[in-house]
Unconditional design. Structure first.
Length: 339
């Protein structure tokens, strides 16, 4: 039932689940203070404050000097929701199992197989924006974004909600001159900025260059300034590609393609081609954010789905910091968990 509702009213399930877990913790731990509840749920106080206000206005909770507790109506609604949410509690358990299997802290799984169904890709994009809204604090933040078709989908579904009480700067995490214009990181950063009333910077540089050219480009004032902004990134948003598909898209020569096949490359991200063990078998000399910076970036979101991407996701996740948040679909999740 809830899956059907989500298809008709995207985003409803995410809100319902969040409010259900807030009610659940208040019911079981009342009276409880807002700060304590935020820590237990892993929410920012900003997010929790908004949700508590809604629940209070609906007459489901009440507050006092001792803390928050459910009203009689709130208790009734909680038990009704508990029955309704049963299947989706199992879904959250799957997200936890997937995160544990991949060695990361968080996963979000949407319905379907994005290999076959475009709506699943759109659902992943929407889920990604919800994660961004959940993670980002109020005030100033810099978001580094990669290029590609998945990132374009994320850009297209962004809304003013993400920019509310925030000053956002979107920065391309890599150069992209030479690939299709509409999926370049520069273009995607600009779309995201416009959708959220933020600002964007450009990185006008080829994605991969010869080593001798690399050093020269780093001294270009505009490139240097953009790379310095990337050093203080709050959140990075990117997708994971199939190694062979990405190698072809980047125009690598036949000799390199053969080398990637011989070495068993299955995934690509940040210009790094990775084998099933998570080892880098080939790396492009590229202008932009390097994967070595990920551990120092507060929030890392990877978006990739589809059964055919499962092997690439599994391999790439062996290289990321534990605080990475994966947004994927059921097809990829099931393949990883059952593989």
């Amino acid at each position: 039932m809830l899956s059907v509702i989500e298809k008709v009213a995207p985003g409803t399930l995410h809100i319902l689940k969040r409010r259900f877990y807030i009610l659940s913790h208040i019911q079981k731990s009342a009276p409880i203070g807002r700060r304590t509840l935020a820590e237990r749920l892993g929410f920012t106080e900003r997010v929790l404050r908004k949700e508590v206000e809604v629940l209070r206005n609906q007459g489901l909770i009440k507050t006092s000097n001792q803390g928050m507790e459910c009203t009689p109506t709130g208790i009734t609604v909680f038990y009704q929701l508990e029955e309704l949410m049963g299947q989706h509690v199992k879904s959250q358990e799957k997200e936890t199992r997937l995160a544990n299997a991949l060695g990361i802290q968080h996963c979000t799984i949407v319905i379907g197989n994005s290999d076959k169904d475009k709506s699943s890709l759109v659902d992943m994009a929407r889920a990604s924006t919800e994660v961004i809204d959940f993670l980002l604090p109020e005030g100033s933040s810099t978001i580094a974004v990669m290029g590609g078709t998945t990132m374009l989908e994320v850009a297209e579904v962004m809304t003013q909600q993400i920019g509310l009480h925030r000053e956002l700067v979107f920065v391309p995490a890599r150069g992209g001159l030479g690939e299709s214009v509409d999926i370049q990181a520069n273009v995607i950063a600009d779309i995201m900025a416009r959708k959220t009333s933020g600002k964007s910077r450009a990185l006008y540089a080829p994605e991969h260059v010869r080593m001798e050219t690399y050093s020269l480009l780093l001294e270009e004032p505009e490139i240097k300034e953009t790379l310095e902004i990337l050093e203080n990134t709050t959140l990075v948003l990117y997708s994971i590609g199939d190694a062979f598909e990405m190698a072809q898209r980047r125009g690598l020569d036949e000799e390199t393609l053969s080398q990637l096949i011989d070495k068993g490359a299955v995934a690509e991200a940040f210009g790094e081609f990775i084998d099933p063990n998570g080892d880098i078998v080939y790396k492009l000399s590229r202008i932009g954010l390097q994967s070595s910076k990920l551990p120092s970036i507060p929030h890392v979101i990877a978006v990739a789905g589809g059964k055919e991407k499962a092997e690439a996701i599994r391999a790439h996740m062996k290289t990321v910091p534990p605080h990475t948040w994966l947004v994927t679909d059921e097809a990829a999740a099931n393949e990883i968990l059952n593989g």
